[in-house]
Design a protein around this ligand. Structure first.
Ligand code: ZN
Length: 312
């Protein structure tokens, strides 16, 4: 990706394949896009960091799918972070938000301690992880759900693919606030399905396992600092990790911070409400104020505006 003659290392999905083992993967790097998304919300640090990881992860998983629509990653739990949503369109538009309880968060992540620990059991609690692919009204929605099992979001994803897809999947995630703002990264490795004759020259089962363990170990050797380093070219990082087994990259896909909310959509939601529901939403002066959970855009409908929509 080239902008004004400068190669940018950010806001992209970099797909790759490891030649020797026929493993595929994606490296997602987010800089300005995630800084904008997280900056809009001013979440406490553990919430921001976990949502940042979820955003990078959603993009990395979506990058491995052929779809035309919206890929959504969602967590729900009984802990401090009741819900996280991260979604990405096939065009690379990314957005996300989190719902959390301040009191529970203060107990789960006392000040100062939070920086080191992004524990799913501690921050999200017991709950589930869901992935949805929505390709529009005329197609069937795909949804996969598993219980949250694992210490980190990466562990939960590994468990998800083991349970539901039986495709070996390993992820390494990082998110942090740097001198250049929030940054996040996801490195995902996946075995390719063996059915359908895709792997004509696939290694045998034992070799396959060996390659897998080796690739996962190499991936594990990457540090959060490397993953988040704005000056380290993503391809350079992939080469550093996997060059002995031959790593090949495909064209990167750009990602951007963009919400899909529109005034039209908000208005059709308002029109679908019953008069009682609408009355409940009115603030003191009779106006209805709708704030997008994703991008924090505030839309205010005063009495005249409601009247114009036929909603007075
Ligand atoms: Zn929005």
């Amino acid at each position: 990706m080239t902008v004004a003659g400068l190669r940018t290392h950010d806001d992209l999905i970099q797909p790759f394949q490891i030649d020797a083992s026929k493993l595929r993967g994606r490296l997602v790097r987010l800089g300005p896009a995630v800084d904008a998304i997280l900056g809009r919300h001013d979440y406490p640090e553990p919430v921001a960091r976990l949502l940042g990881e979820a955003l990078a992860l959603a993009a990395a998983l979506a990058g491995g799918l052929k779809f035309d629509g919206i890929f959504t990653l969602q967590t729900k739990g009984d802990g401090a972070i009741a819900m996280m949503v991260a979604d990405v369109t096939s065009a690379g538009e990314l957005r996300g938000y989190a719902q959390f309880d301040r009191d529970k968060l203060a107990q789960a992540a006392p000040r100062g301690e939070a920086v080191a620990v992004l524990s799913v059991p501690r921050l999200i609690g017991a709950g589930y992880l869901a992935f949805t692919v929505d390709q529009g009204v005329h197609t069937e929605r795909y949804q996969g759900i598993v219980e949250l099992t694992g210490a980190s979001l990466a562990d939960c994803v590994h468990h998800y693919f083991q349970q539901s897809e039986q495709i070996g999947t390993a992820a390494k995630l990082a998110c942090g606030r740097t001198a250049r703002g929030w940054r996040t990264a996801a490195l995902v490795l996946q075995q390719m399905p063996l059915d359908g004759g895709i792997l004509i020259e696939a290694p045998g089962a034992t070799e396959r396992d060996e390659y897998w363990r080796r690739a996962v170990a190499l991936m594990g050797s990457s540090t959060s600092a490397e993953l988040l380093d704005a000056d380290l070219d993503p391809n350079r990082l992939l080469y550093r990790l996997f060059h002995e087994d031959g790593v090949r990259v495909w064209p990167a896909q750009p990602l951007q911070d963009r919400c899909r909310c529109t005034a039209g959509r908000v208005e059709s939601v308002l029109r679908a409400l019953s008069p009682d529901e609408l009355a409940e939403m009115k603030v003191d002066d009779g106006a209805v104020v709708v704030t997008c959970q994703f991008c924090s855009t505030v839309r205010r409908y005063d009495a005249a505006a409601l009247d114009a929509l036929g909603l007075s």
